[in-house]
Design a protein around this ligand. Structure first.
Ligand SMILES: N[C@@H](CCC(=O)N[C@@H](CS)C(=O)NCC(=O)O)C(=O)O
Length: 390
C-alpha cells in the first residue's frame, strides 16, 4: 500500500506507524501486569518502560511531523540561473548540415537532437520555415555521449556560435521564443536574448526539485518592437503553443507505442529517418531499437493513465486533432496565424510531424479533417515560406 502512495503522503504515515508500534509494545506489559502474580515493583518497572516507550514514540512522531510540515513544497527557492556561454565545447562532427540558400539570419547554429523527438521537430519546423541554416548532431537516446558537455540533459539543445563564445539554448519553446525575438528585434544578439530567459528552480507539490523557464512562451521584445505586436493575437498564439506542449504532445506516446508491434515499427522508422545505421555502431542501434521499443511500450501504458486518455487512445488523439482544426475553421483562415503560419501553427505541425512514419499518423489523416492544414504547413515549412520575413 505504501508503494502506491506519493512520497509526500508517506512520511507522516510512516511516523504514525512507528509510534503505533512503540505504543503497542509498551502497553503489552501493562496487560500482562493485570493478570500476573509478579511483585508490584517489577510491574511498576515495566509500566515505566512502557511509559518511556510511549513518550519516545510521541516525540519521534512529532519530530517527523514537524520536519514534514516544514519541508518546502510549491515554493520557489532562491535560485535563478541563466545559461552560461561556453568558451569551448567538444568538437563533434555533425550528422547532417542543413544549408539554405539565401539565409540572411546571420546565425551559426548546431541542433543537438533526436530526429523524431516532438520537441526537436518543433525547433526544426521553425528553422526550416524561416530558412535558417543549421548543423545537426543526432544524439544517441540511450547513451547520450554527445551532450555530456552540457549540464542540461534533455534535447533539443541549440548552440549558437557567437563572438562571445558558444551560447546553448535549452527547451524547445524557449529556443523558438528566443529565435523569434531575434528575428523581430534586430538590435539584440543571441547571448543578450538568452539572458532574458532565466530558469527558476522550485520545489513542486510532490516535493520534487524542478527547473522552469517561466517566460518561455513570450517574445522578449524591446518597447519599440513590442508595439508592432497585436496583444490579442499573441495571447491566442501563446494559448495554442501551450496546448501543443501540454495536451497534444501527451496523446502521442500512448498511440505510437500502443502495441509491441507498433512500438517496434515506430523504432525501426526512427532508426531509418535518424540514419542510425550511419550514426551509431550496429550493436548500439539494436540496443536502442529493442530496449527502446520495449521500454516505451510499457511507459506508454503509464502515460495513458497519467494524462487521462480514453481506453481507445486513438480516439483521444483524433479528438485533439479535431479541436485544432475546428478552431482554425472558426477563424475562417487557412492557418491559426491567419494567412500565414504563426508560432502555434509551427508548434502543432512540429509535434505531429514527429510521428509521420508511424501507423498512428496514417490513422489521423484517415479519421480526422487535419490533412488539408497539415499539407499546407508541410509545403510552407519545406519551401521556407517564412524566409521573406527574416
Ligand atoms: N520541455 C522540453 C522537453 C524536452 C524533452 O523532454 N526531451 C526528451 C526527448 S523527447 C528528452 O530529452 N528526455 C530525456 C532523455 O531522453 O533522457 C522541451 O520542450 O524541449
Amino acid at each position: 500500500m505504501l508503494k502506491t502512495m506519493s512520497f509526500s503522503s508517506r512520511m507522516p504515515l510512516f511516523a504514525r506507524f512507528m509510534c503505533r508500534n512503540i505504543f503497542e509494545e509498551s502497553i503489552a506489559p501493562c496487560r500482562f501486569r493485570k493478570y500476573s502474580t509478579k511483585t508490584e515493583r517489577v510491574s511498576r518497572g515495566m509500566f515505566s518502560i512502557g511509559l518511556t516507550g510511549i513518550t519516545v514514540g510521541a516525540l519521534v512522531g512529532t519530530g517527523y511531523s514537524i520536519h514534514y510540515m516544514n519541508k518546502p513544497r510549491g515554493h520557489i527557492i532562491n535560485e535563478e540561473t541563466t545559461i552560461p556561454i561556453f568558451q569551448d565545447i567538444p568538437k563533434i562532427e555533425p550528422s547532417k548540415s542543413v544549408k539554405i540558400l539565401g539565409d540572411r539570419s546571420g546565425l551559426d547554429l548546431t541542433l543537438f537532437q533526436y530526429q523524431t523527438c516532438p520537441f526537436c521537430c518543433k525547433v526544426r519546423a521553425f528553422l526550416d520555415y524561416y530558412g535558417i541554416s543549421y548543423d545537426i548532431v543526432e544524439v544517441d537516446p540511450v547513451l547520450r555521449q554527445s551532450i555530456k558537455w552540457s549540464p542540461y540533459k534533455k534535447v533539443p539543445i541549440l548552440v549558437a556560435k557567437t563572438d562571445q563564445g558558444y551560447q546553448p539554448m535549452n527547451d524547445s519553446t524557449m529556443i523558438i521564443s528566443a529565435l523569434a525575438t531575434y528575428l523581430t528585434d534586430t538590435n539584440k544578439d543571441i547571448p543578450d536574448i538568452t539572458k532574458c530567459f532565466p530558469s527558476i528552480t522550485f520545489i513542486d507539490d510532490d516535493g520534487v526539485k524542478r527547473n522552469e523557464i517561466m517566460n518561455r512562451y513570450f517574445l522578449m521584445l524591446s518597447n519599440q518592437s513590442s508595439q508592432l505586436v497585436d496583444e490579442k493575437y499573441s495571447n491566442e498564439e501563446r494559448k495554442w503553443r501551450k496546448w501543443a506542449d501540454n495536451v497534444l504532445v501527451h496523446t502521442l506516446s500512448p498511440n505510437v507505442y500502443r502495441t509491441t508491434d507498433e512500438a517496434l515499427q515506430a523504432f525501426n522508422w526512427f532508426s531509418e529517418i535518424g540514419e542510425w545505421e550511419r550514426n551509431f555502431p550496429t550493436w548500439e542501434r539494436y540496443l536502442i531499437i529493442y530496449v527502446g521499443a520495449a521500454a516505451m511500450w510499457l511507459i506508454g501504458k503509464r502515460l495513458k493513465k497519467r494524462h487521462g486518455l480514453k481506453d481507445d487512445v486513438r480516439q483521444s488523439l483524433y479528438d485533439e486533432c479535431n479541436t485544432w482544426t475546428r478552431a482554425i475553421t472558426a477563424k475562417g483562415t487557412p492557418y491559426m496565424g491567419g494567412d500565414k503560419p504563426n508560432l502555434a501553427d509551427l508548434a502543432v505541425y512540429g509535434v505531429l510531424s514527429s510521428i509521420e512514419g508511424c501507423r498512428t499518423f496514417k490513422d489521423i489523416l484517415e479519421n480526422t479533417k487535419i490533412q488539408r492544414w497539415y499539407n499546407s504547413m508541410q509545403k510552407a515549412v519545406t519551401h521556407h515560406h517564412g524566409a521573406r520575413f527574416v
